[in-house]
Ligand binder design. Structure first.
Ligand SMILES: C[S@@+](CC[C@H](N)C(=O)[O-])C[C@H]1O[C@@H](n2cnc3c(N)ncnc32)[C@H](O)[C@@H]1O
Length: 759
């Protein structure tokens, strides 16, 4: 049995990692890489030295002020007017740091960057306060830490609130979060957007990081799946309200594919050590297949964005060129030169070199040594018609252009239905071998979905494995033996509980609908549970669009790992209460819109402080004028709503941000669930949420050991899995690319969540 390593209970706290430590010690040279990219002529000889030197400079920290909250602009102005003036001319580690500033190309000045590394923030009291502010706002979802270049693909995806969007390789989820915000951009009171976000990742653990990262956005329009994206299953949706049965297709698709990540070396200095000629070779074919599946599932007229955090043409232009040729006129590269006009970019390449692993240039497949041929595909070379494909419309983002990481982005539009090319036009020998098993596969697929149109049928019969993992000779036998889940690319994580919709007439639904006075036109048939146990424990709410997927007769094909906002949780309470279902903080902002005012208590700061500082305050501890209402309130859960605008002293400086001149309170209303027992009250927030609320209000709080939060069984285990995944991720594996920072943030947050749920 292998040794198990565990952290000792009384071990000293883990030392905070200092990415710069390793960074500084590393020699920032890699001659192979330098030669390789010089040979690719990715830029002019004059520009090269500036580019190369810039790769060695620490990356600024960036964050986004999220668009879903109506007060995003107020948060921006707080940063701009209250913090920035105090952050001018501040010396950190002996260097005068540039104050935070907006990213020139990010719309409405909602994307920001600053130079002081995270690990040095505490060295300056001004920056420490700024950091505290960022942390508090991040916890409530008003700010999202994300690398600048990683914000570009969703912006170019041009998502509207009614769009159905698929994010094919979504973990850890920073781009998914951005897309969710776009779907919710209109934020109309009592309106659940018609749009949908299907966020997928092949890695089960990472799919849970994604769930964690997006949870704070409280979107009922999100569905998280766990498939190999090149094998996303076709699906017929449940009939819509016109009785039509439509295939699962998307208006927008993001293919932010796994890549070698060599454009992240400002943040992942290990790239300097690890880069080799072979790094991108095994990825090209997977990338083509993921992109092709995305194109297949895209509606005609829809947009697909392909992106990598790699400079390598084999992972970039070669993939796009192959896709355009396969699409044979049904796909076009969009000229986005007028979109994000302030974003500095360089055009895509129309010619590039292919190297062997040993670093020799090979002009064509025939020239590759026989024993290495299996690793190469004809599509790795620039096609003869490259100059006709408008590859210059691709975007190459280089670090020296605007002090960012590197990125590659291509925006494609589907102009007509796309049929997978004849297997004879297969991209490789391996793919051709796969085609020999087609009769086994396609006959089964046709049985399952014989009404599918030509395009989806073609899709069904081309489920491919990552060819690197497949031995050619074994392939036909293996594929014929594969389980259905494997053929559809479902990853091998634990079996998921089904999603079971509750009837609008279900006794529990009727009970909480009546108790909370849910609006008459609230869609009560969009609640679901995840187990067929005797008692419904946690009740989730999903949008209508999500429901049409979950109610599909073919839902067994899709491995859904998470969906829905936790709206109600059955409270195990000894207190007699008419309704034991309590509202959950996770869904409070959504549900508040539909709950009758009878269960909503407007409160002042005083009451919030009472709840934060005393675990079970009695009615007598609240303001006298509130006591009759609190006494009359039926026992059970209610919402306390705090509106800072109603405070008399709202313009007084907040002691926490003193010096920054910030006025008293956070902007916008705050709603949180509170349980009323016979004579006392209890705030139903996790320790973390209590702390973050206290921090935002500039007050202290007491950590109650009786914090109640809706942790479904097994959630702690899942959170532990997330933490483990984040830990793996933060060691800068290649495909985490530009999002490693986000993973680190997730790790921190998850450790908190785990701690919480085990209380
Ligand atoms: C560059 S990262 C994506 C970053 C993510 N879009 C974000 O913004 O946070 C690539 C992701 O692809 C996933 N992945 C790798 N191979 C995959 C496949 N065949 N299908 C789907 N996802 C895959 C990895 O687990 C990884 O999470």
């Amino acid at each position: 049995m292998g040794r198990r390593f565990s952290r000792k209970k009384n071990a000293a706290p883990r030392k905070e990692r200092d990415p710069n430590e390793t960074y500084m010690e590393l020699k920032k040279v890699n001659e192979q890489m330098e030669q390789y990219y010089k040979a690719q002529k990715i830029m002019s000889d004059e520009e090269w030295p500036v580019f190369w030197e810039h790769l060695k400079v620490t990356l600024p920290t960036t964050f986004r002020i999220t668009g879903t909250r109506s007060h995003a602009v107020e948060i921006r102005d707080t940063v701009k007017n209250a913090f920035v003036p105090h952050l001018r001319d501040i010396s950190v580690d002996g260097v005068i740091a540039n104050p935070p500033r907006p990213l020139a190309w990010y719309p409405d000045e909602l994307g920001w960057h600053y130079d002081v590394p995270r690990t040095s923030l505490k060295k300056s009291p001004e920056y420490a306060k700024f950091h505290q502010f960022l942390v508090a706002e991040t916890e409530v979802g008003n700010i999202s830490r994300q690398e600048a270049v990683s914000m570009i693909p969703p912006l170019l995806l041009d998502v509207k609130p009614q769009h159905w969007v698929m994010d094919m390789c979504a973990a850890p989820g920073s781009k998914t979060a951005q897309i969710i915000e776009m779907v919710h951009a209109n934020e109309q009171y009592k309106v659940v957007p018609a749009g949908l976000i299907l966020a997928n990742d092949a890695d089960y653990k990472r799919s849970h990081m994604l769930i964690h990262q997006t949870k704070r956005l409280q979107s009922p329009c999100l569905l998280v799946t766990n498939h190999d994206a090149s094998m996303m299953p076709s699906l017929k949706l449940a009939p819509n309200n016109k009785g039509e049965v439509l295939p699962l297709e998307f208006d927008r698709v993001l293919a932010d594919v796994p890549c070698s990540g060599d454009a992240t070396l400002r943040k992942n200095p290990m790239v300097w050590l690890k880069w080799t000629h072979g790094g991108a070779m095994g990825l090209h074919h997977t990338q083509v297949n993921i992109l092709q599946r995305g194109v297949q599932m895209l509606k005609v007229g829809g947009r697909i964005v392909y992106s990598t955090c790699s400079f390598n043409p084999m992972e970039n232009e070669a993939v796009i060129a192959e896709m355009l040729n396969r699409a044979n006129g049904t796909l076009e590269l969009v000229d986005v030169s007028q979109e994000l006009p302030a974003l500095k970019r360089r055009p895509g390449l129309s010619d590039w070199k292919v190297f062997t692993k040993e670093g020799k240039i090979v002009d064509k497949l025939e020239d590759v040594p026989e024993d290495a041929k299996g690793k190469f595909y004809p599509s790795m070379w620039a096609p003869k018609n490259a100059s006709e494909l408008h590859l210059e419309r691709c975007l190459r983002i280089y670090p020296h252009l605007q002090d960012t990481g590197g990125f590659f982005v291509a925006v494609l539009k589907k102009t007509a239905p796309f049929v997978v090319p004849n297997p004879n036009r297969a991209a490789s020998k391996v793919e051709a071998a796969e085609a020999t098993t087609e009769s086994v596969e396609s006959s089964e697929t046709k049985d399952e979905s014989n009404t599918e149109n030509e395009e989806t049928l073609a899709t069904g019969d081309k489920h491919k494995l990552d060819t690197d993992a497949v031995k050619e000779s074994e392939e036909p036998v293996k594929k014929a033996r594969m389980s259905r889940a494997e053929r559809y690319g479902a990853a091998t994580g634990p079996k998921e509980e089904p999603f079971l919709f509750l009837d609008a007439k279900n006794a529990d639904v009727e009970l909480f609908s009546k108790f909370y006075g849910l609006d008459e036109d609230f869609p009560k048939d969009q609640f679901l549970v995840r187990s067929e146990g005797e008692k419904n424990k946690t009740i989730y709410f999903v949008s209508e669009a999500v429901k049409t997927i979950l109610k599909s007769e073919e839902i067994h094909r899709l491995k859904v790992v998470n969906t829905g906002v936790r709206a109600f949780v059955r409270q195990d309470s000894n207190t007699p209460a008419e309704c034991l279902f309590r509202l959950n903080s996770e869904g409070i902002n959504l549900m508040r819109q539909f709950v009758s005012d009878n269960r909503v208590i407007p409160v002042h700061l005083k009451e919030v402080i009472t709840l934060l500082q005393s675990p079970y305050p009695k009615i007598s501890e609240f303001a006298e004028e509130m006591q009759p209402r609190l006494t009359a309130l039926q026992t059970g859960c209610c919402i306390f709503e705090f509106d800072p605008e109603q405070e008399e002293n709202k313009d007084q400086p907040n002691p926490r941000w003193e010096g920054q001149g910030l006025t008293g309170f956070v902007k916008g209303k705050l709603a949180f669930p509170v349980w009323k027992a016979q004579v006392s009250f209890n705030m139903l927030l996790t320790k973390q949420d209590r702390r973050s609320l206290a921090m935002r209000l500039g007050v202290d709080c007491v950590d109650s050991t009786h914090v109640i939060e809706g942790g479904a069984k097994g959630t702690a285990a899942k959170a532990a899995a997330i933490a483990a995944a984040a830990a793996v991720d933060s060691s800068a594996d290649a495909d985490s690319g530009a999002d490693a920072m986000d993973a680190e943030d997730t790790e921190e947050a998850t450790e908190e969540a785990t701690e919480e749920e085990t209380v």
